[in-house]
Design a protein around this ligand. Structure first.
Ligand SMILES: Cc1cc2nc3c(=O)[nH]c(=O)nc-3n(C[C@H](O)[C@H](O)[C@H](O)COP(=O)(O)OP(=O)(O)OC[C@H]3O[C@@H](n4cnc5c(N)ncnc54)[C@H](O)[C@@H]3O)c2cc1C
Length: 446
């Protein structure tokens, strides 16, 4: 061990959580290394992997409220503490050149929307937001990366950690051909790395529990139907409970005048959405998700979600499934000629017309159907022949770690942060948990 370089801390994953943790830990006299399996921002080709993380090619809708994207109590924090860190995240984006882009207006329009939502049995979660845009965010992330380099933060890109071990208080992080040693780890491999991290954590003896997953579709419809709401809150969050099963159904990641994209994983594809700031489509999209919680003795929501994703990918012939809402409700598959009868053009064409009900459990199909009926009351016209659905959209936040307020797990000096921790669902909360973990490292090394 004497000849081996031992870092004080290794940050595994340079997404939102990893980069904000690095920012907090920079210039603190620690021997620190940031490792990411992908390339630097300007050379990236993969949506999920690379410095900047999955957020780099997202459109940077920053939810600037502790009510969206996480729960302060899940890591024993008061809302006011989280709000304080959220402000630090927003200030950093501002310092990197992000200008304006705020939404979240109070006043009569907000009151009216709240009245309509409440009347329909929908909870409307209101909060301040900022929209950076897909066309700008990667430039900002590149600036962030360069500013960390100028602060002498050491990065190892294109370096994928395969295994993590611990011996005599020292962690070893192994790639295919080298090993890094450190006294503390902040593990933040994102949603795409959460399954792998769980295997490593369990192998180390860190216990995890299963959280719920959200399974559903991307809904795409004419942008004019949403423009009034967008002026009140760009990415309005609506939650309701389905009539038949009383399951939570919610909207997530709304992209006014946006685009739908395919995300490729090892064994399946998923859909997602984004919006640019300067280039607009004529469609708006959001995720409509039905929450699935499994209880003892079968709790593995990860496997459940992955099985649905694989089945949907089989039915789509390796591509996402696209279906007209009217075909979905009518119980028939879509074809391109039926889709052409819709007044909107799909923004994702690399999809296979099909029948989503062939891939999803009927309880989820039912929840989505009922959810759309209720949402039609706040977005009149949503439930029409012009609306398209894409599947599968699945949010894997399902592995939860028991953590301290500094995101330290049951194993000393092993911290988790970001979406892989099960405590964040978005750029801002991922950043905040990364900063909490950084504070935890500083406390332990004090
Ligand atoms: C298309 C799209 C649009 C989105 N839009 C928004 C939005 O508008 N607003 C919002 O708040 N959120 C959005 N999100 C979600 C947001 O991107 C994530 O919540 C956020 O990036 C989570 O940050 P993270 O640091 O936890 O993980 P990530 O950003 O996923 O970063 C994890 C990093 O870990 C690295 N990694 C993984 N495994 C390993 C390994 N074994 N070895 C080394 N490195 C590894 C990966 O390469 C990656 O860079 C969007 C996501 C997508 C895909």
């Amino acid at each position: 061990m004497a000849n081996k370089k031992i870092y004080d801390v290794v940050l595994l994953g340079a997404g939102s959580a990893g980069m904000f943790a690095a920012e907090k830990l920079s210039n603190k006299g620690l021997k620190m290394l940031v490792i990411d399996r992908g390339d630097e921002p300007s050379k990236r080709t993969d949506m999920n992997f690379g410095i900047g993380g999955a957020g780099t090619f997202s459109d940077g809708k920053l939810n600037l409220t502790c009510k969206i994207g996480g729960e302060p109590e899940s890591f024993n924090r008061l809302p006011a503490e989280v709000e304080d860190y959220i402000k630090q995240v927003d200030d950093l984006f501002t310092s990197l050149g992000v200008k304006d882009g705020y939404s979240g207006s109070n006043g009569k329009d907000l009151e009216k929307l709240q009245r309509i939502a409440n009347g329909a049995g929908i909870e409307f979660i209101f909060g301040r937001q900022r929209h950076i845009g897909t066309d700008r965010l990667h430039i900002i992330i590149d600036k962030f990366y360069k500013s960390l380099i100028s602060k002498k933060v050491e990065f190892r890109k294109n370096t994928r950690i395969r295994e993590i071990y611990k011996k005599d208080k020292i962690y070893s992080l192994k790639t295919d051909n080298e090993t890094f040693f450190c006294k503390a780890v902040i593990a933040a491999p994102g949603r795409a790395g959460s399954y792998w991290l769980r295997q490593q954590a369990n192998q180390l003896g860190i216990s995890t529990s299963y959280g719920p997953i959200d399974v559903g579709v991307r809904v795409e419809f004419p942008a004019v139907l949403y423009s009034e709401i967008a002026s009140i809150m760009y990415d309005a969050k609506f939650r309701l409970y389905s009539e038949s099963y009383d399951d939570l159904v919610r909207t997530f990641c709304t992209n006014p005048n946006g685009f739908i994209v395919k995300e490729s994983f090892d064994n399946f594809v998923l859909v997602n959405g984004h919006a640019k700031r300067d280039s607009k489509s004529e469609n708006t999209n959001f995720a409509l998700l039905s929450r699935v919680r499994l209880t003892d003795p079968v709790e593995d929501t990860t496997k459940y979600g992955r099985d649905i994703a694989r089945l949907a990918t089989t039915i789509g012939g390796g591509k996402p499934i696209i279906q007209r809402l009217s075909d979905f409700l009518g119980g028939r598959r879509s074809t391109w000629s039926r889709i052409a009868k819709s007044a909107i053009a799909p923004t994702l064409k690399d999809a296979t017309p099909g029948d989503i009900a062939m891939a999803f459990p009927s309880r989820i199909v039912n929840n989505l159907d009922e959810g759309l009926t209720v949402l039609n009351k706040v977005i009149p016209g949503l439930q029409s022949k012009n609306t398209l659905l894409y599947a599968p959209e699945i949010k894997f936040y399902d592995t939860k770690y028991n953590v301290s307020k500094f995101m330290e797990t049951s194993m000393e000096n092993f911290f988790v942060a970001g979406d892989a921790s099960g405590h964040s669902r978005g750029i801002v909360y991922a950043a905040v948990t990364g900063m909490f973990a950084a504070d935890g490292v500083l406390k332990n090394f004090d």
